[in-house]
Ligand binder design. Structure first.
Ligand code: ADP
Ligand code: ASP
Ligand code: MG
Length: 842
């Protein structure tokens, strides 16, 4: 294409709007000049700017008298003069004088407001708009400094609005000739107009604000007035995200949105766009692009009239705070015609806008959401409107609930999907979020849930997760657990590695006895590997860069998980400490599922165990502990299946101590018990102090766990015949070995006696529903279910009603870190199964 053809093509015009953080200091202003220089290569630009970051908040506080006047004015002056100095403008640049004049006007306005008790709205709007005036003055100067001719323009000289202060409407959303003429005059003289956002000109010629965040609207109004080709909203995030990235760290930028989706998202609180931004763009089909001024290489989000796009992105989550719910209730309301009409008319008369309406199917209650600031007025308006009905008892009451928030799922991806609402409300309830009201947008573009403000984070994340989980071919939307692991011994490390490498789930927390590390968006495989490697070479989490020390690390980790609002939380307890029971209770109380490999939890005191069960029943959180009995052997799940199928467990016998199995085998072969014990310790079968094994207390604990898993009522007192009564002895006691050998000789004799009658001596635990559990020596005869068992193998024999005399036998390696970790992973799969049902996870 030749130069001449190019110049004959109509020149593209783009509006570039920069938000507060994009013009926050001299460096950011220079970044803006680069963006404009780049844009000017193939189009003409018109720039809109917000006030520098923080300035509008300061001015609002100043006009509300909520901030010390002298301090605030000082801060404003320092901030702007610092940028002016850093720009090192030519001496004769008009910005020097303009900034001085604007700062002095700000001072005069602030003083005027400070001298009256109630500030006149006119003064407030003018004062609050000073931030934008200062910003465009600096930005235009920065452009000139970079060799790009530019002029600052104050929109209250042309952009006409209604008379309402604080939140005025533009007089024309589309064909604003006066604005077009003002901008063209500057463009025609080959300068870039740098226009104040947020402010317009009221019918009286004075400044009017367009509402907080209103610079976005200014940009689209200018775009429409000029018939621009594109409006670019430059901000501090690379586009519109699937949820507010501050609340939902795992949210993703959206590539494309339809105008209606963008406007619904903005209406329901996505701060990235002013709610009315797209209105001026629709008629002319002007696209808006939301981009990051921090990283302009990213494409951002395109908003236009095209339907479709990739399905993955079609549902997003918005949050709106500072809401109140007003409800009117009464059985008499049903069938009374025109209740809603009267309700809306009365609110409209009081100039209160309704954010959301939710009507019970019975028509016996209507619930509306209004801005919290309007709550009192709304209540008064309704009480007045319905006072006769209240007197007659048709309406029971008008009630009001404050500190409410609304979370909304928005997107065309919801259309024609059956069950979306119940999927979402299910996800919210599972996250422990109490739903106060639900409203489905008539357009099917949105579903909103009113919730208590304190659960906004949990709600946003749960909804986001649920929305992503809506069935689709896209594997990246597979639902995921968020897993926090307490205890990083071999089992814990094995579980961590597997979660990161082999499951779709997210590992969000790691704790040992020194401290905890937490990552709301999930540890990467590399991060978790680093932590677990450091841990296996002896480093403590508290000392690692990722970690922090804590008095009760596991509990701190659980609290951080709860605060994060992450949905589908699971606590994995791979510690071995009885103290974990407190943390497990805290987790269950918060509705967090718990998977434990810690025997101390499932074998805790009767009272504590009842508490665990009742909390879990109350919150619906699961407590699973397959790993506590026979490592990876499917004992707990088999018992669950038996009980779930309506069968009855009649009795259980089990050999569950690898150590004792080994010892029995060796002494039967003629070895001395003292030597065998020493070898068992050496081989790692037994603990360095083997007394828990020898006394039978390890088996006793397993008997309690098994009894609880089997659902046997009755006492937790276990009748224990020790394998060897080493009470009061330790390996360091002088006659430890000789005492062991004496006892060993007795056992050898019993083995031989048993043999004579064709039996085998075993050390077993026995459970029946009605009697005390017992642990001790038992002779089993040929044909018993324990036949052929050897060495350190574990075996559990379950007699049930349906199985008759053919009991169920589960047998195999019942110890070791890897099988134990496998059992934990199996339980996690079960949690996922229950949470996500049969939904495919990849
Ligand atoms: P600007 O000053 O550029 O107008 P805002 O602070 O008004 O910027 O809006 C950008 C901010 O909006 C982001 O920093 C982000 O925290 C917040 N935000 C809320 N919801 C969303 C969302 N869905 N996508 C992107 N950002 C969002
Ligand atoms: N500066 C104004 C505000 O903070 C307008 C805007 O940022 O769009 O609300
Ligand atoms: Mg904004």
């Amino acid at each position: 294409m030749s130069e001449t053809t190019l110049s004959q093509e109509p020149v593209r015009v783009c509006i570039h709007k920069f938000g507060g953080t994009s013009v926050a200091d001299a460096d950011r202003l220079r970044a803006v000049t680069s963006i404009i220089r780049e844009a000017e290569r193939d189009s003409r630009s018109c720039v809109v700017s917000s006030a520098m970051a923080g300035v509008t908040d300061l001015l609002v506080a100043l006009s509300d008298g909520k901030k010390d006047r002298f301090e605030a004015l000082d801060q404003l002056e320092r901030q702007h003069l610092a940028v002016l100095a850093a720009l090192a403008l030519a001496d004769d640049d008009p910005a020097h004088d303009s900034i001085a004049a604007l700062l002095s006007e700000t001072r005069v306005l602030a003083d005027a407001i400070g001298s009256v008790r109630v500030a006149p709205e006119r003064l407030r709007d003018r004062l609050t708009s000073m931030g934008e005036r200062l910003a465009v003055t600096l930005l235009a100067a920065a452009l000139r400094q970079a060799g790009i001719p530019a002029s600052a323009m104050f929109a209250d000289e042309f952009l006409e609005t209604s008379g309402a202060f604080g939140e005025a409407d533009p007089t024309s959303f589309t064909d604003d000739r006066r604005t077009a003429a003002a901008l063209r005059a500057v463009l025609d003289s080959n300068r870039i107009p740098v226009v104040t956002g947020f402010v317009g000109r009221g019918p009286d010629g004075d400044a009017r604000l367009l509402g907080r965040g209103g610079s976005d609207l200014t940009a689209s109004l200018l775009g429409s007035a000029l018939g621009a080709d594109e409006v670019v909203i430059w901000t501090d995030v690379p586009g519109v995200f699937t949820a507010d990235p501050r609340l939902v760290p795992e949210s993703q930028p959206i590539v494309h949105l339809h105008y209606r989706e963008a406007s619904e998202m903005a209406y329901f609180g996505s701060k990235v766009l002013h709610p009315r931004t797209v209105i001026p763009l629709i008629a002319k089909g002007i696209p808006a692009i939301v981009r990051s001024s921090i990283d302009p290489s990213l494409p951002g989000t395109r908003i236009d009239g095209q339907v479709g796009g990739t399905r993955q992105e079609q549902i997003a989550v918005s949050t709106l705070r500072d809401i109140a719910l007003v409800s009117i209730e009464g059985g008499g309301l049903a069938g009374v015609a025109g209740v809603s009409a009267r309700l809306f008319a009365s609110l409209a008369r009081a100039q209160i806008s309704v954010v959301m309406i939710s009507q019970g199917s019975s028509e016996s209650s209507i619930c509306i959401a209004v801005r919290e600031a309007d709550a009192g007025a709304a209540e008064a308006a309704l009480r007045d409107e319905f006072r006769l009905d209240i007197a007659r008892g048709v309406v029971e009451d008008v009630s009001i609930r404050r500190t409410v928030s609304i979370v909304t799922a928005v997107g065309s991806g919801m259309k024609h999907r059956v069950g979306t609402a119940s999927l979402m409300s299910g996800a919210l309830s599972r996250a422990g979020v109490n739903i106060l009201a639900i409203a489905q947008g008539s357009s099917e573009l949105s579903i909103s849930f009113a919730i208590h403000d304190h659960s906004i984070r949990a709600a946003a994340r749960a909804l986001h997760e649920a929305v992503r989980a809506i069935p689709s071919e896209d594997p990246s939307r597979s639902p995921r657990l968020a897993i926090a692991i307490a205890g990083l011994g071999r089992v814990g490390r094995e579980v961590a590695a597997n979660v990161c490498a082999n499951t779709p789930d997210r590992l969000i927390g790691l704790a040992d006895s020194s401290g905890q590390a937490f990552a709301a968006a999930g540890f990467t495989h590399a991060e978790s590997t680093r932590v677990t490697h450091a841990k296996s070479s002896g480093e403590q989490i508290a000392e690692m860069p990722e970690g922090e020390s804590a008095r009760n690390p596991a509990l701190s980790m659980v609290e951080a998980s709860i605060r994060s609002g992450m949905p589908n939380l699971v606590l994995v307890d791979t510690s071995a400490t009885p103290a974990m029971v407190e943390t497990v209770l805290a987790a269950l109380s918060a509705g967090i599922d718990v998977v434990t490999a810690n025997k101390e939890i499932l074998a805790c005191s009767t009272e504590r165990y009842r508490e665990l069960r009742s909390v879990s029943a109350r919150t619906g959180a699961m407590l699973l502990g397959e790993a506590t009995i026979g490592a990876a052997l499917p004992v707990a799940r088999t018992l669950r299946t038996i009980r779930g199928a309506g069968d009855q467990v009649l009795r259980i016998e089990a050999s569950l101590s690898g150590t004792i199995g080994y010892l029995l085998g060796e002494i039967a072969a003629g070895e001395r018990l003292s030597q065998t014990v020493a070898r068992a310790v050496e081989l790692g079968y037994a603990e360095p102090d083997p007394s828990a094994d020898l006394l039978g207390s390890d088996m006793q604990r397993k008997a309690i766990i098994l009894k609880r898993l089997a659902g046997f009522e009755g006492t937790d007192n276990v009748l224990v015949e020790p394998f060897v009564d080493v009470n009061g002895l330790t390996p360091n006691t002088p006659d430890f070995d000789s005492r062991l050998d004496e006892a060993g000789a007795v056992i050898t004799r019993r083995i031989e006696e048993a043999k004579k009658s064709g039996a085998t001596l075993r050390y077993l635990l026995k459970l029946v529903p009605s009697d005390k559990p017992s642990v001790g020596f038992v002779e089993t005869h040929s044909g018993s279910s324990f036949d052929g068992m050897h060495g350190s193998e574990s075996r559990i024999v379950i007699h049930t009603e349906l199985n008759g005399d053919r009991p169920l036998v589960i047998s195999g390696a019942g110890a070791g870190a890897r099988p134990t970790a496998a059992a934990v992973l199996g339980d996690l799969a079960m949690v996922a199964e229950r949470r996500f049902g049969g939904r495919e996870r990849s």
